[in-house]
Design a protein around this ligand. Structure first.
Ligand code: NAD
Length: 512
């Protein structure tokens, strides 16, 4: 953090607490406290101590931020800045992220409760997203000439920025999710107001600082820290906003969509997932292959304590393999080392909040009451913080809430199948459709199953990788639209058809 808000030393000097003025709202190039003077404590999920104090914005702050973004779009230079210059700013931001990798990675680790290495990787991925959208925008065509069927007409389709974008992000990958929106929004020439999760706002503040340092004109990037309601809700129904891009849960996502309806905003939603990981017995023919499939299933379910929208939280395993697979998975789940993400040897941090911990406990209790068999975890370890042991629930079926609904915690359910058709039917039997994996040694089966899965990303013999150049998003209730890839830029553009008649004459439709 830089010094516009004041700071004090803490036990880890790289993470400075925001203590004095709580000026974490950024509007028209200035850092400010909330108009009301309200603040919010951001807790360290490892021990529930106060990590930072930030401004608690409300509707008035949001209105001021939208007004600044509106003025910068309607009258400012940014939308008309040559795309090469916009791309250069994005690349400078990526370079600054590289420079500050340790600092921001640590901040993310502390704020979101992830391991330091995960925090560092997130920063790398954010820099990659900035570079990808810089290249994509700069390398794109200035327009597409279309054949109007007449030599006397010049007809071209151009892409223009949408306008003022409201960008609302969740707590699990705060910086990464912000970058998937901010980078394409800027590359396309938009202005924006970003609202990070009130639980993990710190790295978004840091990212805005870097954009300012990279030379972004005042008013283009605005930030309001505060609660979903009023800040996010006000952004979603604000008449001065042209597009709202939301990543978060289904409940808030549907509220955003309703709120955006009256002003007919463009809406992009990246919502939850209940993601199947389908393992055929033939994927485990050798000990090495068995070890790989188990290891990846463990990673799919428990990385970042399962607080991943694409977590492989439903293991769907071929019946003859079940007992051996689940036994090994449970054995390894019991070995996962929980702790503070910056401590050596720690593999998993805590859940992000007391609410998330309570939610996880409630889902596990309901699963056990419905007949699930506990094979690992199912408890919180002694001590402070929001830790929960990685949990494997065997004997699950689609009648159980824990199989249908997103837990967003370290809980893996196990279902079984006997035929390929049954595996596909189970994997598709979800209202979501974000991501899924299939493990098989049979390439034909791999392609067949991948083709039949109704999910936005399908991994074959892998789980979790994504590429900035490949679209990310969901079928069904996992959302609307796509982030990343060419579609992730198109989300922030309006297509305009410019039809030029080179030899105008009267139409003479009307005789008089
Ligand atoms: P959430 O829906 O509680 O909050 C997300 C954001 O929306 C926060 O900034 C919150 O303050 C804001 N918000 C809350 N109520 C709002 C309202 N009425 N109007 C406008 N904004 C409002 O979600 P969360 O708990 O922060 O994140 C977890 C969820 O995010 C999970 O469901 C997860 O699957 C999803 N997620 C999806 C993706 C994806 O790519 N599909 C990625 C990450 C997380």
């Amino acid at each position: 953090m830089q010094d516009h808000r004041g700071s004090a030393a803490v036990s880890e000097p790289e993470v400075q607490r925001v203590v004095s003025e709580q000026q974490t709202i950024h509007i028209a190039g200035e850092w400010r406290p909330a108009i009301s003077g309200a603040t919010r404590e951001v807790l360290d999920p490892v021990d529930a101590t106060v990590l930072a104090v930030v401004a608690e914005g409300a509707a008035a702050d949001t209105d001021a931020a939208v007004a600044a973004a509106r003025a910068a779009f309607d009258g400012g230079k940014w939308p008309r800045t040559p795309v090469a210059e916009r791309a250069a700013l994005l690349r400078r931001t990526a370079d600054l992220l590289d420079r500050d990798r340790e600092r921001i990675g640590l901040l993310e680790s502390r704020d979101a409760g992830k391991t330091l290495e995960e925090g560092r990787v997130d920063v790398d991925c954010v820099a990659a997203a900035f570079r990808y959208f810089a290249d994509l925008a700069a390398g794109g065509s200035a327009g597409r000439v279309v054949d109007a069927g007449s030599p006397e007409v010049h007809s071209v389709v151009v892409h223009e920025p949408v306008g003022v974008c409201a960008l609302i992000t969740p707590w699990n990958y705060p910086l990464l999710q912000a970058s998937w929106k901010i980078a394409p929004a800027l590359a396309a020439g938009n202005t924006f107001v970003v609202k990070p999760s009130e639980i993990t706002p710190l790295t978004t503040v840091a990212l805005i600082e870097l954009l300012v340092e990279a030379g972004l004109p005042a008013g283009v990037a605005n930030l309001v820290t505060g609660a979903g309601d009023p800040v996010g809700a006000r952004l979603a129904d604000h008449p001065g906003v042209d597009l709202v891009s939301f990543t978060g849960g289904l409940t808030s996502g549907t509220k955003v969509m309703r709120a955006a309806a009256d002003s007919v905003k463009k809406v992009a939603l990246e919502l939850g997932g209940k993601n199947p990981n389908v393992v055929f017995a033939d994927a485990c023919a050798t000990e090495e292959d068995f070890d790989t499939a188990v290891d990846q299933a463990l990673n799919a379910a428990f990385i970042h304590s399962g607080q991943v929208c694409s977590a492989g939280s439903r293991l769907i395993v071929e019946e003859p393999l079940r007992e051996r697979f689940v036994a090994e998975l449970a054995r390894r789940a019991d070995l996962i080392r929980l702790g503070r993400g910056t401590d050596p040897g720690v593999e998993c941090g805590p859940l992000v909040s007391a609410a998330q911990l309570a939610r996880t406990e409630e889902y596990v209790a309901s699963a056990l009451a419905e007949g699930a068999v506990l094979r690992a975890g199912g408890l919180r370890p002694e001590g402070p913080g929001y830790f929960y042991r990685p949990t494997v629930l065997d004997g699950c079926h689609r009648g159980m809430r824990v199989v249908r609904e997103e837990v967003f915690g370290p809980v893996l359910t196990v279902e079984t199948f006997r035929t390929e058709d049954e595996a596909v039917a189970l994997a598709n039997d979800t209202e979501y459709g974000l991501a899924g994996g299939v493990w098989t040694a049979d390439p034909g089966r791999a392609r067949r199953v991948a083709g039949r899965l109704r999910h936005g990303t399908v991994w074959i013999n892998d789980f979790h990788p994504y590429l900035p150049q490949a679209e990310w998003g969901g079928f069904g209730k996992s959302g609307i639209g796509r982030e990343l890839g060419p579609a992730g830029l198109a989300e922030y553009q309006e297509a305009k058809h410019v039809y030029q008649n080179l030899a105008p004459r009267p139409v003479r439709w009307f005789a008089g």
